[in-house]
Every structure is written in C-alpha cells, then in structure tokens.
Design a protein around this ligand. Sequence first.
Ligand SMILES: [Zn+2]
Length: 119
Amino acid sequence: MSHRRSLRFSKTTCPICGSKEVARDDNKGDLLCTNCGHIIVRTETRAVGKFDIAQHLKRSGKMNFAGLQQVTGASEDKLFGVIRNMQDMGLLSEIQGQYSLTKKGQRWYRQRLGQEWGY
Ligand SMILES: [Zn+2]
C-alpha cells in the first residue's frame, strides 16, 4: 500500500533552521521543512478532545481511524493530531489500524471522568 503524498507550501517558518520552505503534508496534516527535514506537528487541535476519544474507545473497545472520525466528527488532520498526542502520552495503542486504550489510558480516563462528576 503506497500513500501518495501531496505537499503544499505553507506560510510557516521552520523553528529549527529558519527556512521558509515548509510544506504541508496533506496525509497527516503535519508541516515538513523541506530544507532540514524537521516535522512541525500542528498543535491547534481543539475540535476533538482526548477525553472524547477515550470515551468512545472505552465504550467500543477498539476502533479504527475512520470509525473514530465518524463518531467524533473531527477533520482528519485534527483527529490525527489528537491521536498522536495520546500515543505520545502512552494513553493509546494502535495495532493493525485499530486503536484502543492502554492501561494507562484507562486510568487517565477514569481520573478525568471523576473530575467531570466532581469526586
Ligand atoms: Zn528546517
């Protein structure tokens, strides 16, 4: 399976080398510096929250990217950003395209749930 990458130049300046030749990777929504290769992960991902994703995974057990996109209504790049963030935090694991909560993720979810309910 090969992904065709479509790159489009963005207005961002690379924080590493200062180059203005930063392209947007439409598959992932990340920005890639074409000069030094640094990947700038976009951080403005507010439309879908980690808690939302955790909640859906808790209910369903495992879900693929398309399924999560459907239930959260998030755009692909935003959802990708949040999922990546959760993976970095160790809350999510992905096996063959199926996302699920790790033990840490389940603890995190219960803590957040407790906060929501005020105990
Ligand atoms: Zn650079």
